[in-house]
Design a protein around this ligand. Sequence first.
Ligand code: NOJ
Length: 490
Amino acid sequence: MLEKFSRRTFAKLAGLASFGIGSSAAAAQPARAEAPGPKLAPGGFPNGFVWGTATSAYQVEGAVNEDGRGPSIWDTFSHQPGHIADGTSADRANDHYHRYKEDVGLIRELGVKHYRFSIAWPRVFPDGTGTPNPKGLDFYDRLLDELLANGIEPYATLYHWDLPQALQDRFGGWQSSETSKAFADYCGYVAQRITDRVKFLFTLNEVGRFLNFGYGWGIDAPGLKLPPKELNQARHHVALAHGLAVQAIRAQGRAGTKVGPAENIAACLPAIDTPENVRAAEIATRELNAGFLNVIIEGKYTDHFLDYAGANAPTFTADELKIIGARNDFIGLNIYAPQFYVVASDKVPGFSVLPFPSSFPHMKSDWLRIGPETAYWVPRLAAKVWKLDTIYITENGTSSTDQVMPDGKIYDLDRIMFLRNYLTQLQRSIADGAPVRGYFLWSLMDNFEWIFGFEQRFGLYHVDFDTLARKPKLSVEFYRNVIARNSVDA
Ligand code: NOJ
């Protein structure tokens, strides 16, 4: 499978991941005066800014056969030959399931007080639905207690790609709205059990990735290549799952629980900062996110999305759109590469996307093009277009070669360069009024990077996957300093 997808193709597809099935014309957005930003010292972040770090269940936990966990689509997929670049799976991964106390110690040592992790649905409902596994939440109970005892606030993601295999087998996974309903039941149950200790819940992580790559292009689990109509229908079921989950969490979680998505927004930036191009980037932000973010925020598909899809548009009802558009308490955005540099165009929909030159620089992962201003424009444009008042950057970070030097240290200067530049732009965005309340650095430690296996390292802590020893990289010192000063400036 992998050889069929060159890294360049992967990068290209990553850029397309958040499309519905194409771009669409813009309905005119009311021009909103942007709120003035808070008064900040140069490089300084607002008081109370949430500094965090993140991981996900399948990428770190291991223990895939313990305590009644059922198989997920990623267990199946990673065990099939040819799917994972280094031939591995996450059967053991970081063994976080057993080493969580040590890992909470790492978070503490980092000076981080906020931690985003995910709950594995197949641990809680091994068959996806039905009777919960009596031991399903025990691990998360232990983890939560350990985090809280160390003064670290937990943020839980309910779906980070590990769909119970049983749902894939029974209903074709996200191809059926039965999966949307099962997701809401699972979320309601988890909310009931953990919202005494967890205030922030993320529904689905990166729909733009797992749906297109998993159901459209055969790259991620479950490895399907659905035709456009079915792909759009599956995306609609995911949007429905989000809306149903928001309702279930509100119904069964404690009052005051905050809920929203964690989405890899299609990152649209003006190629050159002129008022016309900024306007074009606003239109692009709405239209190139029509298939998920826009519909969950506005409760409707854009006209052009539907026109463009034509006979391939998803089938839906007005009641479903109402559920999908349930109010979010915040919007979580995962920000990595700049995906679309746009300029104004006279042609509908009002913007053109420029091609990337082959010389455009990237980090170790070659899909990860370097564009620090992504952290400036994305929150600013999202806030403007959708009138948002609370945004969290739910992921940002980079891979690096992370060589252990003869002195035993890891000088990940490229990661520090990347973070410094992205954070500088994020600070500028907040100073200009973007309502960003927090930032979760991906990732706490090296882990299973999906189809790239363990060969792409995104961690602040290095993990030796033979001994499972964890070791801080230089970027731990960098991030600790930023947090301590609440600033990117010295
Ligand atoms: C997005 C995903 O949410 C996460 O699982 C992945 O490891 C990082 N990006 C880096 O690719």
